[in-house]
Design a protein around this ligand. Structure first.
Ligand SMILES: [Zn+2]
Length: 140
């Protein structure tokens, strides 16, 4: 249910408060791993320490359901993964523009997307919230 993204709250061990406290994610290592968190109590930004792993006393031990790797990859996970693994510059989307697989485009309505598949005059593009089929290479 909970998806790890910047701005979400997680339970992490605060090295300053010396307690497992609610922290806000400020940076992600990748889609499943948190890099940096900010303590909601003292405001310190530090590396994420999984409270359920580093704590020696097992009171407030949350069953590891939050960290369970899920097999279901959402569109936004896929989008984030693809966008972070490319160094290409984005091109503004236009119907007469020709795109190839892996191209990054900027759509006026849907925002940045990555070309997943090219089929003749159509391209399948992964956007942040949905996968869309668009027209490209159209003779005007
Ligand atoms: Zn703290």
């Amino acid at each position: 249910m909970s998806q790890l993204t910047v701005g979400k709250d997680v339970l992490s061990y605060c090295t300053k408060c010396k307690l497992n406290l609610g922290h806000t994610i400020v940076a992600m290592k990748d889609v499943k791993h948190i890099a940096k968190v900010k303590c909601n109590t003292c405001g310190t930004i530090q590396s994420f320490k999984d409270a359920s792993v580093s704590s020696k006393q097992n009171k407030t031990r949350t069953k590891k359901t939050t960290m369970k790797p899920s097999k279901i990859i959402s569109v936004s996970d896929l989008w984030m993964e693809k966008m972070s693994s490319t160094k290409k510059k984005s091109t503004p989307y236009a119907m007469d523009q020709k795109f190839v697989q892996g191209d990054i485009l900027d759509h006026l309505k849907f925002g940045p997307g990555i070309v997943e598949k090219v089929v003749d005059d159509k391209i399948e593009v992964i956007f942040r919230h949905e996968i869309k089929t668009l027209v490209h290479n159209k003779k005007m």
